[in-house]
Design a protein around this ligand. Structure first.
Ligand SMILES: Cc1cc2nc3c(=O)[nH]c(=O)nc-3n(C[C@H](O)[C@H](O)[C@H](O)COP(=O)(O)OP(=O)(O)OC[C@H]3O[C@@H](n4cnc5c(N)ncnc54)[C@H](O)[C@@H]3O)c2cc1C
Length: 338
């Protein structure tokens, strides 16, 4: 019997969840329903940088597992012939602190070549008192999203452009629903734990930028990430603001902070500005709930609330969302045999 699965959301979380389900079960009928597709999703605009962060009360063991799986997936692509079309590459650079003692991260043995900066290296960054150098993986987000979309369609996946006002609206037509609605889960499910963290990025033409530079000091965060066509400058974040309008004050703040971090940016040409909303939550929601629609029990697998780490966690979370889908189907089959 061909089972029908609906994945709500065509962002990096929805697409990767849909692919992981497809590639485990093959013959199911999987439809991705969303009102925004690449290049209009949050992931498309993001920095695309792999670096784990704490996410509210999300257990560190979960963050670790999801980040490690995603690291493996992205580095496999970055070191394969697929790298160019999927937009994945390794990238090296500096992470700086104004504290004399750099706070170590759990992932220091996972990234490549993690080491403390020498006094000579620190001289390049007059505001820093300590820092580390490492190699991580980064995606050119639009290229990667396009790669995921093509992979999903090549596997037989269907797309439907539609705005959904409630989960019931789709649940009546499917055996399983996977909810990857990102920041809009707040409205779709009335989940008040979902809160936007507004971020401004400025993309500039600066082909001389070859390393990333991150400044981690709370309240003064700034980062410069190199890219194929443009480099990404960022650092202005605001909790609870839903506006995606570009504001002059953010342009100025990001520009000044990043030029202080890397003075050579003064000659860079601005390509464009972008504002996005990180889908922040008290903890990432990756679990199953059940709803009854027209007398039928429909499992709903939730996978949302990844804050500023959706790129870093997506493949690991998608793998576990696919496990939850399979578990539900197996339970249903066992019940049917009774
Ligand atoms: C400025 C900024 C920089 C970032 N940089 C990084 C980074 O360097 N590294 C990193 O790991 N993460 C980064 N992130 C975080 C990352 O981009 C997000 O965590 C991730 O993109 C969230 O993906 P998502 O699929 O959950 O949501 P989205 O991309 O927002 O997708 C949601 C999908 O659901 C659909 N949808 C929602 N509700 C409905 C509805 N009612 N009806 C129909 N469709 C619906 C939308 O149309 C869309 O397709 C950054 C975020 C921002 C804002």
């Amino acid at each position: 019997m061909v089972l029908k699965v609906c994945v709500i959301g065509a962002g990096i979380i929805g697409l990767s969840s849909a692919i992981q389900i497809q590639e485990r079960v093959g013959q199911w009928d999987i439809t991705l329903v969303a009102d925004k597709f690449s290049p209009e999703t949050t992931g498309d605009g993001s920095g695309g940088f792999w670096k784990p962060h704490m996410l509210g009360e999300t257990p560190i063991s979960d963050i670790r597992r999801w980040s490690v799986t995603t690291w493996q997936h992205l580095t496999d692509i970055a070191t394969s012939p697929l790298a160019a079309q999927a937009g994945a590459s390794t990238v090296s650079g500096y992470s700086l602190s104004s504290r004399p003692q750099y706070q170590e991260e759990w992932w220091k043995d996972l990234v490549l070549g993690y080491r403390h900066l020498s006094p000579r290296e620190l001289q390049m960054f007059p505001d820093a008192k300590s820092g580390v150098f490492f190699t991580t993986v980064q995606i050119n987000a639009v290229a990667y999203m396009d790669y995921l979309l093509r992979r999903f369609q090549k596997n037989g996946g269907k797309l439907q452009r539609k705005t959904i006002t409630s989960i019931d609206e789709v649940a009546c037509d499917y055996d399983v629903v996977v909810n990857c609605s990102g920041i809009r889960a707040r409205h779709l499910l009335r989940d008040l734990e979902v809160v936007p963290v507004r971020g401004h990025l400025t993309r500039v033409r600066a082909p001389w930028v070859k390393h990333f530079v991150l400044r981690l000091d709370p309240g003064e965060e700034a980062f410069v990430l190199p890219g194929v066509m443009t480099s990404v400058l960022g650092g202005a974040d605001e909790v609870g603001n839903w506006s995606t309008e570009v504001r002059e004050e953010d342009k100025t703040a990001v520009w000044q902070r990043c030029c202080q971090l890397m003075p050579s940016l003064q000659d860079a040409k601005v390509d464009h500005h972008w504002v996005g909303l990180r889908p922040s939550r008290s903890r990432v929601r990756l679990e199953t709930s059940h709803m009854t629609v027209q007398g039928r029990a429909v499992p709903v697998i939730h996978n949302y609330g990844h804050g500023g780490s959706g790129v870093t966690l997506h493949w690991g979370c998608a793998a576990e969302a696919a496990d939850l889908v399979l578990r539900e189907i197996q339970a249903r089959r066992r019940m049917a045999k009774l």
